[in-house]
Each structure stands twice: as structure tokens, then as C-alpha cells.
Design a protein around this ligand. Structure first.
Ligand code: TMP
Length: 253
């Protein structure tokens, strides 16, 4: 069988040429990195969990009219997605202070923010993804005024959706990062959600105990990362109940 063409390899995913023009296959690896890849490990099963979780969130978002690149899951580790032109920005939405904002502005972790805060980081590993202002984005032509409006609106819709989905299973959505891509339909172009939504790119805290159920478990050595992600998947009803598939035959006692 001919080897398929690798388009791009990132820290946690690989993109391959898709079966039709304008599509890509997104493969989820088990690799975990933090602090700009200074810290790395292979967490067995992480890719499978993130593939399933990202499918779940993207499908839900598509269902409420938020456009995403997700087409369908292909297997345990791969999904078919629309090819996009990635905007070189990480869009972060924060509901509660944690991580870099807590450090930068001297706010205690866990302090609720007066309103959701949307931030932009320039995607450049060599520079450590520096935070940038709209001024930089416009001056350097990474996105237009209209794009910025659309990106903020998209990010806030994702925030409302994800906050609700998480709160329903007793998890607080502290913050998250998304990436956005441009697609062309004839003469028109529009922005759609790309990349992934998973506990790699969110902060998720148990409502009662404050237990961290996201990549901070790895960043801060707080325990088993796959256990934390499995807990999220299981609360959302995505884990097989008896190890033979949730819809498989049931044992009769
Ligand atoms: P931060 O507090 O480190 O700036 O992270 C904010 C959110 O963005 C958090 O949910 C983790 C996510 N994130 C990524 O997905 N990728 C990254 O490279 C970084 C730094 C953060």
C-alpha cells in the first residue's frame, strides 16, 4: 500500500493528506509536552482519549451552528477534517484566573474573572508563543479587523457551549485555547474552528474537590494524566461501561 503523505507534524498530532481534495486526516499521538516542549513524555492512550473527546466537543459545536473543521472520526486515533489556512494565533478564553495570567498579573489561581477574557498569543515555538495585542495582529497582518471580531465571537460561543457541557458533569471550565482557520467557498472566505478541543488545551477542575482533570496534571506532576482524561470522558458518557463497548451485549447475572 502506498504510504500517505505527511503534511505537518506537531507536538501532539500529525496531519496527513486526506482522501479528497480539501480534506486532511488528523492523527492524535500519545506524546505530551509542556513548557514549549522542555518537558515531554509518552502517555499511553492519551491520543485515543483526545480523539474521542475532540470529536464529542466539535460535533456538539457543529450541532449548535459553530463552524468547525471536523468531518468525522475515522478510527481510534484519526479523524477526517477540512483543510484550513491556520491563522497563526492561539486564542485563549479565561473564566477563572490560572496559569500564565495568574503569574503575569499577580492574581491568585482560582479567582473568578469579572467577565470572560479573550487573549491572543502568536504561534511561534521559537519565541515561546508570546502574548500579543490586537495592534500587533493588525500591524503585522496576521488577521484583519473583521477576522478579530469573528474570532472573539467564535471563541465566546465555544466558551458558553463548553462551560455548559462541563458544568453538567460537575466540571468547571477554567480556561481553554483554540485555533482558528480560514476556508474559501468560491469568492467568500470565512473562519472556522480548527485543531482540537481536549483536556490538553483546557483547564478543567472538579466542582467539589478542585481536582485538576487536564494537562496541568502532567505540567505540575500531580498524578496520572490518562486517569484524569479518562475521568472527563467517563463523566461525559464516552467510556465503554464493561470494556466491550457501551452498546455491546450485556451480561445477564
Ligand atoms: P496559560 O495559562 O499557560 O497561558 O494557558 C491558557 C490555556 O491555554 C490553558 O487552558 C492551556 C492552554 N494552552 C495550550 O493549549 N497550549 C499552550 O501552548 C499553552 C501555553 C496553553
Amino acid at each position: 500500500m502506498a504510504r500517505r503523505k505527511k503534511i505537518y507534524e506537531g507536538k501532539a498530532k500529525i496531519l496527513y493528506e486526506g482522501p479528497e481534495p480539501g480534506t486532511l486526516v488528523q492523527y492524535f499521538k500519545d506524546d505530551a509536552t509542556a513548557f514549549n516542549a522542555e518537558k515531554r513524555a509518552v502517555i499511553e492512550g492519551k491520543g485515543v482519549l483526545n480523539n474521542r473527546l475532540s470529536e464529542y466537543f466539535m460535533t456538539g459545536l457543529n450541532g449548535i451552528g459553530v463552524p468547525t473543521h471536523f468531518i468525522r472520526r475515522l478510527n481510534m486515533r484519526e479523524q477526517l477534517v477540512r483543510a484550513v489556512e491556520i491563522i497563526p494565533l492561539e486564542v485563549v478564553v479565561r473564566n477563572i484566573a490560572a496559569g500564565s495570567i495568574a503569574k503575569r498579573l499577580g492574581i491568585d489561581e482560582g479567582t473568578p474573572l469579572p467577565r470572560p477574557i479573550v487573549e491572543f498569543y502568536y504561534k511561534d515555538d521559537a519565541l515561546g508563543d508570546p502574548i500579543v495585542a490586537e495592534e500587533h495582529i493588525l500591524a503585522f497582518g496576521w488577521a484583519s479587523h473583521q477576522d478579530l471580531d469573528d474570532m472573539v465571537a467564535l471563541a465566546l460561543r465555544v466558551n458558553d457551549f463548553l462551560s455548559g457541557v462541563m458544568m453538567a458533569v460537575n466540571i468547571k471550565l477554567v480556561d481553554f485555547k483554540i485555533e482558528i482557520g480560514r476556508v474559501y467557498d468560491g469568492d467568500y472566505q470565512r473562519l472556522i474552528l480548527a485543531d482540537e478541543i481536549s483536556p490538553d488545551s483546557c483547564r478543567l477542575w472538579d466542582v467539589q474537590t478542585g481536582r485538576k482533570l487536564d494537562k496541568d496534571v502532567f505540567r505540575r506532576d500531580l498524578g496520572d494524566l490518562a486517569d484524569a482524561y479518562t475521568e472527563v470522558a467517563s463523566r461525559l458518557g464516552l467510556m465503554p461501561k464493561n470494556g466491550h463497548g457501551a452498546h455491546g451485549p450485556k451480561l445477564v447475572n
